[in-house]
Design a protein around this ligand. Structure first.
Ligand code: TRP
Length: 331
């Protein structure tokens, strides 16, 4: 377009957007919009690899779009869209399926984990999930893909698929790089600080962007810490406190060293209250603005339609090139 590098990322609308997604993803996305040509989507096609209630999925999708905008993603500076609105994703996914090996999909950690969690629904979509993700990325010729470290393996397979296609048909796809933010890449559950804060599973240790202040405060006051009393960053020995420190550092815009000195000598209770208050103030404007936007359904639908049209302009070009290389007759 104008020579800027391309970024693509997406979040599933499989549940409420969490503080983890805000800090680990969206907040960083906002900062990237100046420098890059950014495509940010809501990956509803991925969400149905696990059973979804249709009404809930529809509500979560619109809420997530409103929260993207309320969190600072300007629809004029970024292409914001819903994955199912851009048919090129599924078109490319089919072609890429034929360049992806059964064995490599079987090695995907996320597939193995989800199969254990949903033994009654190990469907083919769950198995080929990484191929659709590869299509999401490659269809925009993305240079960089901001993801959490749990998605690194999916980025690797995306690169392998792209290289395999390029080797067979000549240079077609840009080979994308993962872009893993230094801070806040992994916000953990407040009750089980060994586990990532989950979007799809409700837990007392999860905080969502749309939560009320009193619920946020309760979650932080009950956060699991350790038997010590020192506020020090040490994710191995003090996973709970370290997670709270990361959250506070981002919400209060301080370094971890500043957080350590600010709370040296204060107890865990006072610290947890301070973190809760910082989160409440960070999320309050986002919740209020997203609630206002959700009241304006026509506006959100227009954003969806515009985003899909802009996304399709880029994505359709890639699909046309791929189809031609494969030998499909053009009409
Ligand atoms: N698999 C990602 C996750 O669960 C979501 C996703 C789908 C994605 N397509 C993507 C992320 C493309 C980055 C780029 O977090």
């Amino acid at each position: 377009m104008d020579g800027k590098k391309v970024i693509l990322s997406g979040i599933q609308p499989s549940g409420a957007l969490t503080l983890g997604s805000y800090i680990g993803a969206i907040k960083n996305w906002v900062e990237l919009s100046e420098e890059y040509e950014c495509y940010y989507c809501i990956v509803d096609l991925h969400a149905i690899t696990v059973r979804q209630d249709p009404a809930t999925l529809r509500r979560n999708t619109l809420t997530q779009l409103a929260q993207y905008i309320a969190a600072g993603l300007d629809p004029n500076k970024n292409v914001l869209f819903v994955q199912s609105h851009v048919p090129a994703h599924t078109q490319l996914a089919w072609a890429l399926n034929c360049f992806t090996m059964f064995g490599e999909l079987g090695r995907m950690t996320q597939f193995k984990e989800k199969s254990v969690k949903n033994p009654e629904n190990i469907n083919a979509g769950l198995f080929t999930y990484p191929v659709l993700m590869a299509a999401d990325i490659l269809v925009y010729q993305a240079d960089l893909v901001p993801v959490g470290d749990d998605q690194k393996q999916h980025l690797e397979i995306t690169r392998d698929i792209a290289q395999r296609f390029n080797a067979a048909h000549g240079d077609t796809f840009k080979i994308p790089e993962p872009f893993i933010p230094k801070i806040g890449a992994r916000i953990m559950d407040l009750q089980e600080p060994e586990n990532k804060m989950s979007k799809s599973e409700i837990s007392a240790g999860r905080v969502c962007v749309g939560d009320r202040p009193e619920d946020i405060m309760r979650a932080f006051k009950r956060a699991v810490t350790d038997s010590g009393s020192e506020i020090r960053f040490d994710p191995e020995a003090k996973p709970g406190i370290s997670n709270l420190m990361q959250i506070y550092a981002v919400c209060a815009n301080k370094t971890l060293a500043e957080v350590e000195s600010e709370f040296s000598g204060s107890g865990y209770g006072a610290f947890k209250t301070a973190v809760g208050e910082a989160v409440v103030e960070t999320l309050r404007p986002i919740r209020e603005e997203s609630e206002r936007l959700l009241g304006d359904r026509a506006y959100l639908e227009k954003i969806c339609a515009d985003g899909a049209a802009r996304a399709a302009r880029t994505a359709d070009k890639t699909v046309r090139r791929v189809y031609k290389k494969l030998g499909f007759v053009a009409v």
